[in-house]
Design a protein around this ligand. Structure first.
Ligand code: HEM
Length: 383
C-alpha cells in the first residue's frame, strides 16, 4: 500500500512517467497519454487472476474472479461483455432512480455519525440489490458477502483471515444466487431476468457464468462506489462553497462527481501483465512483468489537467478523466455510479449547510483502491 499515493505519482512522473516500484513488485505508469495507450494495448493482459480451470485452496475464489470481465481478455471478454451490456442497459439504470433517491434520503437522515457505515457503505449495495430484485430483508447478508469478497480483491497480499472470509462468502452467495437463477420464472425486468433472456437469445452463457456475472456487480460496483462516495463527502467538507454552488445550480452535482473521479478516484490503478517484452514510454518491460496503469496518476498529469492538485469545480475537460478506465474494459457501471453519486450530492446540498469532519482520516489497506474506512462527520443542517 502507498501511504501517500500522490507523492508516488509525482516520483514516477519525475522519472519519465513510468517507473518500477519494488514495494509492489510492479511497473507504475502515470503519464496520461501512456496510461491511455496502455489501456488499449492488447499486449497488456487483464487476466491477472489467471485463466482456465482453477486449482488449489483458492479455487472457489479464482473460479469467480476468472469469470469477471475486468480480469479477462478477448475473445471471451468480447462475448461476455456483449451479453452483459445487453442486459444492463441505460434503461435499467434509469429505472433505479426513484428507488435510489428514497434509499439516499432514508440513509442520509442523521446529523452526526460515520458517513461510511451509515451511508456510503449500505447505499450502493441496496441499489444493486434492487437491480437484482432482492428483497430488503436479504440486503444485510448480501452486504456482508460483498464486503468479504471485496476485501480480498483489493488487497495486494490479503491476510489469512481475509482469504478465509472471502472463501466463506463465495460458498454462501453462490448457492443463494444459483437458487435465484433456477427458481426464476420467465419474464420480469430486473437484471437476473435480463441476463437469463440474454443467455437464451445469445450464445449460451453457462449457469456459473450468470451467477459469477451477478457477483461481478457486487465485486466491481460496491466498494468502488462506497469509496467514491466517501471521497466526495470529504471534498464537500473541505470546500463548503461546493454545497452552495450545487444548491444554486443543481446540475453542478455531476461536476462534483466528475472532479472527484479525477482528483481523488476510488480506483487508483488497474492491473495488467505484459504478455511479451515491450517498451512502455522509455522503459523496457519483460514478458510476465506486472504493469499498474495509474488512472489516478494520469488524472493529475499537469499537461492535461492544469493545476492538477486543486479541486476545480468547472474544469472544461473534466470528463477526460480516466477514473472509469478507458478502452474495452471501460467501466460498465459508470452510468449507475453517476446516478447514485449525483443523487447523493443533490441530497447533501438540500439538507446540509456544511459538513464538518470530526476525527482523523484512515484509508482502507489497498494500493489499487482508495477509500476511507470511516468518516466521522456532522451534517450541519440548513437553517
Ligand atoms: C465509483 C465507482 C466505480 C469506479 C471508480 C469504477 C471504475 C472502474 C474501472 C477503472 C474499470 C476498468 C478496469 C480495468 O480496466 O481493468 C471498471 C470496470 C468495470 N466496472 Fe466499474 N467502477 C465503478 C462502479 C461500478 C459499478 C457500480 C458497476 C456495476 C454495477 C461496475 C462494473 C464494472 C464492470 C463490470 C467492469 C469491467 C468491464 C470490462 O472489463 O469490460 N463498476 N470500473
Amino acid at each position: 500500500m502507498f501511504e501517500k499515493p500522490t507523492q508516488v505519482w509525482e516520483e514516477v512522473r519525475a522519472a519519465g512517467g513510468v517507473a518500477r516500484r519494488e514495494e509492489i513488485g510492479a511497473w507504475v505508469v502515470v503519464d496520461y497519454e501512456i496510461v491511455r495507450q496502455g489501456l488499449r494495448d492488447a499486449r497488456l493482459s487483464s487476466a491477472v487472476a489467471g485463466s482456465g480451470p482453477a486449482e488449489g485452496p483458492l479455487a472457489p475464489l479464482l473460479e469467480v474472479l476468472r469469470d469477471q470481465l475486468f480480469l479477462m481478455d478477448p475473445p471471451r471478454h468480447r462475448r461476455l461483455r456483449k451479453l452483459v451490456a445487453k442486459a444492463f442497459t441505460p434503461r435499467s439504470v434509469e429505472a433505479l432512480e426513484e428507488g435510489a433517491k428514497d434509499d439516499c434520503a432514508a440513509l442520509l437522515s442523521f446529523e452526526e455519525g460515520d458517513v461510511v457505515s451509515r451511508f456510503a457503505y449500505p447505499y450502493p449495495v441496496q441499489v444493486i440489490a434492487r437491480l437484482f430484485g432482492i428483497p430488503a430483508h436479504e440486503h444485510a447478508a448480501f452486504r456482508d458477502w460483498s464486503n468479504d469478497i471485496a476485501a480480498f480483491v483489493v488487497q495486494h497480499k490479503p491476510p489469512r483471515e481475509v482469504v478465509a472470509n472471502a472463501l466463506r462468502a463465495v460458498s454462501e452467495i453462490k448457492p443463494f444466487l444459483r437458487e435465484r437463477v433456477r427458481s426464476r420464472e420467465p419474464g420480469g425486468d430486473d437484471l437476473l431476468a435480463e441476463l437469463l433472456a440474454a443467455r437464451d437469445e445469445g450464445d449460451g452463457m453457462t449457469e456459473d457464468e450468470i451467477v459469477h456475472t451477478a457477483m461481478q456487480f457486487l465485486i466491481a460496483g460496491h466498494e468502488t462506489t462506497t469509496n467514491l462516495l466517501g471521497n466526495i463527502v470529504l471534498a464537500l467538507a473541505r470546500e463548503p462553497s461546493l454545497l452552495d454552488a450545487v444548491r444554486q445550480q443543481p446540475s453542478l452535482a455531476s461536476a462534483v462527481v466528475d472532479e472527484t473521479l479525477r482528483h481523488d478516484p476510488s480506483v487508483q490503478m488497474v492491473d495488467r501483465i505484459a504478455t511479451e517484452a515491450m517498451h512502455i514510454g522509455e522503459k523496457h518491460i519483460e514478458a510476465g512483468d506486472r504493469v499498474m496503469l495509474s488512472v489516478a496518476g494520469a488524472n493529475r498529469d499537469p499537461e492535461v489537467f492544469p493545476d492538477p492538485d486543486r479541486f476545480i469545480l468547472e474544469r472544461p475537460n473534466v470528463r477526460q478523466h480516466l477514473g472509469f478506465g478507458f478502452g474495452i474494459h471501460v467501466c460498465l457501471g459508470a452510468a449507475l455510479t453517476r446516478l447514485e453519486t449525483r443523487l447523493a450530492v443533490e441530497r447533501l446540498a438540500q439538507i446540509a449547510a456544511r459538513i464538518e469532519v470530526e476525527g482523523p482520516l484512515r484509508y482502507r489497506p489497498s494500493t489499487t483502491h482508495r477509500g476511507l474506512v470511516s468518516l466521522p462527520a456532522r451534517l450541519v443542517s440548513r437553517p
